[in-house]
Design a protein around this ligand. Structure first.
Ligand code: BG6
Length: 295
């Protein structure tokens, strides 16, 4: 659908409309008294959420590329039906973050503006992952940001997934940032060959950090000291939290990150990953939910 057609069908006067981030890349723009937000139809990727009077909460690289077939560096990429590398020859973090999703509905409720985007299997997805599915991303933009990724098994056989709301947060200075909520939690350290460790105290950052915290349903708080705020991430349907910052050397390897940007971002990802796999029986569903607020 063109941006014009999308606006005719789904715009909400003075609240929600569609623009093009690049040729054939529609983005939803939302503005209410409570918050503003942007959501790309590629990947159903939330790019921005800014509560009224606050600094932007999500981070997107200045060098991000908006193109079907590529992931946008920042916001909330959706990793599905696997988190991480996946099988040889298959795309990292799955195949839905780089594809175009359909708009299913846009409404305004007491909690905020609710956008539902969807994607289902087709011949292309079957060639990569041979299952019938329907996936919805339900985003509620209000004083809080709620993101629900709902997986439905529409086929006749069970399937097993891992998944993530791979959220990039905007922070003032990584060296003054801590992540609370994971004290005592076991994690696999990707920087140290996936060895297992136990978090002692808060997570602090002084180099490349890439950790898969397991068996945790905890709410995390990013203490963004440089901007005098706490970003709270509550979750459900998730037993894994990933904390990631590429730091100096890894950042250089990303064409879609500008030099030094690692200092203003941290990923705290709401996931099911590693051994935390979700098996969904035919006609059943699973919801992965993250609720973000600023305090
Ligand atoms: O470059 P990508 O595929 O978007 O992945 C970014 C990062 O995503 C994180 O979730 C992983 O833990 C990292 O290992 C990875 O580098």
């Amino acid at each position: 659908m063109s941006v014009n057609e999308l606006n005719q069908k789904f715009a909400i006067a003075n609240v929600l409309n569609f623009v093009e981030a690049a040729a054939d890349v529609p983005v939803i723009e939302i503005k209410t008294a409570d918050a503003s937000a942007r959501i790309a139809l590629i990947g159903a990727q939330v790019l921005e959420w800014q509560p009224a009077g606050a600094e932007p909460v999500l981070w997107v690289s200045r060098a991000a590329v908006y193109q079907v077939g590529k992931g946008v560096r920042g916001g909330v990429p959706i990793c599905w039906p696997w988190f991480g590398a996946g099988e040889a020859g298959k795309p990292a973090h799955g195949f839905v973050r780089t594809r175009m999703w359909q708009v299913r509905s846009t409404t305004q409720t007491a909690d905020g503006v609710v956008v539902t985007l969807g994607i289902a299997d087709n011949a292309e997805t079957r060639a990569i992952w041979d299952y019938a599915f329907d996936l919805e991303m339900i985003v509620t933009v209000g004083k809080t940001l709620t993101m629900a990724l709902v997986t439905k098994n529409t086929g006749d056989v069970p399937f097993t997934i891992t998944d993530a709301l791979h959220t990039y947060f905007h922070i003032g200075d990584i060296a003054q940032t801590i992540v609370q909520g994971l004290d005592g939690t076991k994690y696999l350290d990707k920087v140290l060959d996936f060895t297992e460790h136990t978090q002692q105290g808060d997570v602090i950052f002084s180099g490349e950090t890439d950790r898969v915290y397991v068996d945790t349903k905890a709410t995390c708080v990013i203490n963004d000291t440089a901007q005098s705020r706490g970003i709270h991430i509550a979750k459900s349907g998730s037993d894994t939290t990933v904390v990631w910052n590429p730091w100096i050397e890894k950042e250089k390897g990303f064409a879609d990150m500008a030099a030094g940007e690692y200092q203003q971002m941290v990923c705290v990802e709401t996931c099911n990953a590693a051994d935390d796999k979700i098996t969904i029986a035919p006609k059943q569903m699973h919801s992965l939910v993250a609720v973000v607020s600023v305090g």
